[in-house]
Design a protein around this ligand. Sequence first.
Ligand code: FAD
Length: 176
Amino acid sequence: MYDAIIVGARCAGSPTALLLARRGYKVLLLDRATFPSDMPLSTHYVHQTGTARLKRWGLLDKLAASNCPPITRNYFDYGAFTLTGSPPPAEGVQEAYAPRRKALDPILVEAAAAAGAELRQGFSVQELVCGPVPSPWPRSPRARGCRRPGPCPSVNGPGPRSRAIQITGRPVPATA
Ligand SMILES: Cc1cc2nc3c(=O)[nH]c(=O)nc-3n(C[C@H](O)[C@H](O)[C@H](O)COP(=O)(O)OP(=O)(O)OC[C@H]3O[C@@H](n4cnc5c(N)ncnc54)[C@H](O)[C@@H]3O)c2cc1C
């Protein structure tokens, strides 16, 4: 039995799992990907507000140790002119980073697992099964050792293409 099931273990799912697990909740973290793996559709920039959170969670040193260079000054080249400047620090953190997702996501995934979240990689959620109370349970055709349906709330991402939202027909939440 889990307090929360999180589908998607990258930059939204893993920190959610991390924070819940650190508060003592029993968390299942699922992803059809296996880590480390890249996400080509991303420009990777983590703003100061993001790096401040990584620092708060004790993960910024690990990102810095991945040989990803810190960014403190930005240049936006619009051809006719260039905007140059340094964004203000967030919570005292001046640096931004632009890590490959192959570097960033495993740091988040491993931190969630270290906090006690149970991680299942290579697990593609295909449907949700409702248990004795009307709460959905993710199932995968390739699931091994999947527990039987039960009264367990699930956490799903807010994206309109979320499989959970498609299945349940619930409105897209404002926050995850
Ligand atoms: C071109 C582009 C450039 C971008 N550049 C930036 C940037 O520079 N800085 C920035 O902050 N943001 C950027 N973004 C946005 C950023 O990529 C997203 O906000 C971020 O990736 C969302 O994180 P997420 O964890 O919600 O989802 P994702 O990173 O998309 O991860 C979702 C995970 O869920 C898993 N998953 C999905 N469905 C299932 C299922 N049914 N079963 C099991 N697993 C499943 C997937 O395998 C995946 O690992 C960019 C986006 C795009 C498209």
